[in-house]
Design a protein. Structure first.
Length: 557
C-alpha cells in the first residue's frame, strides 16, 4: 500500500510555522487543495477548544442576543499575552493617545499592537509581512480582498477558521450557510465571515437646494445627471465659492470610491449572467460607458482638481462646504456629520436628498450596486497554532466586539461609555427587539480633538448600522434615509457564489487601476478600447470568465 500523501495545503501550513513559506508581493498565486483537517462546522476542535456549530442558519437571527459571559471560560486571563491586530480603516492616521487600546489592554491582560490602513495598502502590506515573518496575529480582511485571504490560506499562512469557531460564539451567530460557503475552500474555512458595517445604506445624495436654484428636478437617468453637473458650472448656485463641483471619488487614488454607484447606473458592476451566458462590465460596454461619462465630466471641468486623489476624510472639507453637488454616503452619517460640520444648522442637513434609481440604456430599472454580502473575514495567523493561550485571548477579545457583546460599543465610533463615561456617550440595547440606540453628542472628545479621530478605526472589528436605531432629530432623519436606501432595487450579487483564482484577479486589478484612469483622463483614446478589452482577456479575463461560467453553471463568453 502506498503511503498516504499529506495534502499540499497542510504541507504549506507546516512550512509557514517554520518560516519556510513566502508570499510573493506581485504574484499572489492560489493552488487547489484537498484538505484533511476538517470541514467547516462539525467534528472535534483541536487542543480541547469548544466545538463550533454543527449546522449554519439560512439567515441572521431575527433578534440578536448576547452570548453568556461564561462562554469564554476557556480563556485564562491571568496569563499575559502580546498580540498584533490589523484591519482596513477609514481614518488610518496616528493614534498618539489611544484610550480604547489602554482599556482593552487592562481588561484582557494584553499588550496590543493595532495597525489600520486602506484596503489596497493592505493587499501589498500582507504580502510583505508574511514574506518577512512579521505578519499580524489577527487580521480583518475586507470582503474585496478575499482573493488575498484565499492565497494566504492555500499557502498555509492562516489557520482553518472552522477550528476557531467554537472560541467565537458571538461571531458564529452570523455565519449563515451562504457566508460559510463564501469563506470555504475545499471544505476548509479561510476565515470567519462577518456582517458588513454599512448594510445597503450607501446611496447617492444630491443638493436639492442647488437643484432649486438652477431650476432642475432630481435627475432620473445618466443624461440628466450630466445635465445637472453642467448646470452647477453654468448656473453657479453658490457664487464666490470654490465650485460647486459635481463630485469626487474620495478613493485616495486607489479606485472609484464614491463614483462606484455611478458605474452601477450604466450596468451590472461585477460578475453576472446575461441571457444565460457569463458576463462582466468589461465585455458588455458598462465600464466603457462609465469611463466615457467620467471623461466628459473631466474634460468639461466639472470635477475638482483633486477629484481622483483625495481620500475620504480629506474630501469632507469640500463635502460640507458647499463645494460638491453629489456624494455617495451612508445616510445617517451624512446627516450627523453635516449637522456637526455646519454648526448644528439643521437646514444644512435638509439641503441633501437621496437620489434613488438612476437609469441608462444598460440599466433601464436604475438598479443600485449589488446588495451587501459578507463584510470581511476574521483570519488567524497559522503561527498561533503554537501559542494556544494567545489564540484564545484574541478570539475571546474580538468576539466581544461583535454585536451585541459587551465591548461592541466601547470600540465603536471613537469609543463608548467605558472609554468616555456614561454621562458622555449613551447606549441603550433593547433585548426584546435586538436594536440599539448609540448616541454620540457633537461635543464628544473625538469630535473636539482631531488627534483622536483615528480612534474610530477600532470600530471595523465589529461595528454595524444593521441594528442601530435613533431618537435624536438629526440622527433619526439620517436613519430614515438609510431605511429608504435599503429598500431600493439592486443588481444581483453573483460574487458571493464565486471562488476565483486570485492570481488573475490581482493581475486584472493592476491592469484596470493603471489603464482605466488613463481613459478617464483622456490620456488614452476610446478608439483603443477594443484592443484594451482584448488585453484584459489575455491578462486573465478570459480565464476568469471561463471559471465563473463553470462555477455558476452558465454558458461561457
Amino acid at each position: 500500500m502506498p503511503p498516504t500523501p499529506i495534502p499540499r495545503r497542510r504541507v504549506l501550513e507546516l512550512g509557514a510555522l517554520t518560516g519556510a513559506t513566502a508570499l510573493s508581493g506581485t504574484a499572489l498565486a492560489a493552488c487547489s487543495s484537498s484538505g484533511d483537517d476538517g470541514g467547516p462546522g462539525g467534528g472535534e476542535a483541536p487542543n480541547g477548544r469548544p466545538n463550533g456549530p454543527d449546522t449554519f442558519p439560512a439567515e441572521f437571527p431575527e433578534v440578536p442576543t448576547r452570548v453568556p459571559e461564561d462562554s469564554y471560560a476557556y480563556d485564562d486571563l491571568s496569563a499575559p499575552v502580546t498580540m498584533s491586530l490589523m484591519l482596513s480603516g477609514a481614518f488610518n492616521g496616528p493614534r498618539p493617545k489611544d484610550p480604547i487600546k489602554d482599556f482593552l489592554e487592562k481588561k484582557f491582560n494584553a499588550t496590543i499592537e493595532f495597525t489600520s490602513m486602506v484596503a489596497e495598502d493592505m493587499r501589498n502590506k500582507l504580502a510583505l509581512t508574511f514574506t518577512s515573518g512579521d505578519a499580524p496575529d489577527f487580521i480583518v480582511i475586507p470582503a474585496g480582498l478575499r482573493d488575498v485571504a484565499n492565497t494566504l490560506y492555500e499557502q498555509g499562512q492562516l489557520l482553518n477558521a472552522a477550528d476557531v469557531l467554537g472560541l467565537m460564539p458571538q461571531a458564529s451567530m452570523y455565519v449563515t450557510e451562504a457566508f460559510k460557503a463564501w469563506a470555504t475552500i475545499d471544505e476548509e474555512m479561510v476565515g470567519v465571515p462577518t456582517y458588513s458595517t454599512f448594510p445597503d445604506v450607501f446611496n447617492l445624495y444630491i443638493r436639492q437646494d442647488f437643484l432649486a436654484k438652477i431650476g432642475m428636478d432630481k435627475p432620473t437617468n445618466v443624461d440628466e445627471l450630466m445635465a445637472y453637473a453642467k448646470a452647477l458650472k453654468d448656473n453657479d448656485p453658490v457664487p464666490g465659492k470654490d465650485g460647486p463641483w459635481f463630485m469626487a471619488t474620495g478613493g485616495d487614488g486607489a479606485g472609484w470610491g464614491m463614483m462606484s454607484q455611478v458605474l452601477a447606473a450604466f450596468g451590472h458592476p461585477g460578475w453576472n449572467v446575461k441571457d444565460g451566458k457569463i458576463n462582466h462590465p468589461m465585455i458588455d460596454g458598462t465600464t466603457k460607458a462609465f469611463l466615457q461619462f467620467v471623461n466628459e465630466l473631466r474634460a468639461s471641468d466639472l470635477l475638482p482638481p483633486d477629484w481622483y486623489t483625495t481620500a475620504w476624510e480629506q474630501l469632507k472639507s469640500r463635502t460640507f462646504n458647499d463645494q460638491l453637488g453629489l456624494v455617495q454616503y451612508p445616510g445617517g452619517n451624512l446627516a450627523t456629520e453635516t449637522y456637526v460640520a455646519r454648526d448644528n444648522d439643521f437646514s444644512k442637513v435638509e439641503a441633501w436628498a437621496p437620489l434613488g434609481q438612476i437609469s441608462s440604456p444598460g440599466n433601464p430599472e436604475g438598479l443600485l450596486p449589488t446588495p451587501s454580502g459578507p463584510g470581511a473575514l476574521f483570519v488567524f495567523n497559522a503561527k498561533l497554532a503554537d501559542d494556544e493561550a494567545k489564540l484564545r485571548r484574541i478570539a475571546h477579545m474580538i468576539d466581544t466586539f461583535v454585536y451585541p457583546n459587551v465591548n461592541y460599543w466601547d470600540v465603536s465610533q471613537g469609543g463608548g461609555p467605558s472609554i468616555w463615561g456614561e454621562d458622555v456617550i449613551e447606549v441603550r440595547f433593547d433585548e426584546k427587539t435586538g436594536l440599539n440606540v448609540f448616541t454620540i453628542p457633537p461635543d464628544a472628545p473625538y469630535h473636539k480633538d482631531q488627534s483622536l479621530a483615528s480612534l474610530a478605526d477600532w470600530q471595523f472589528f465589529g461595528y454595524t448600522l444593521r441594528w442601530q436605531t435613533y431618537e435624536e432629530k438629526v440622527a433619526k432623519y439620517g436613519y430614515e434615509w438609510n431605511q429608504e436606501s435599503a429598500l431600493l432595487k439592486r443588481w444581483e450579487n453573483f460574487d458571493v457564489r464565486l471562488n476565483l483564482d486570485p492570481k488573475p484577479v490581482q493581475d486584472l486589478l493592476t491592469l484596470g487601476r493603471k489603464s482605466e484612469i488613463q481613459f478617464a483622463l483622456g490620456q488614452r483614446s476610446f478608439d483603443e478600447w477594443d484592443a484594451y478589452v482584448e488585453t484584459w482577456r489575455k491578462s486573465g479575463g478570459q480565464e476568469l470568465l471561463d471559471a465563473a461560467a463553470e462555477q455558476l453553471g452558465v454558458q461561457p463568453a
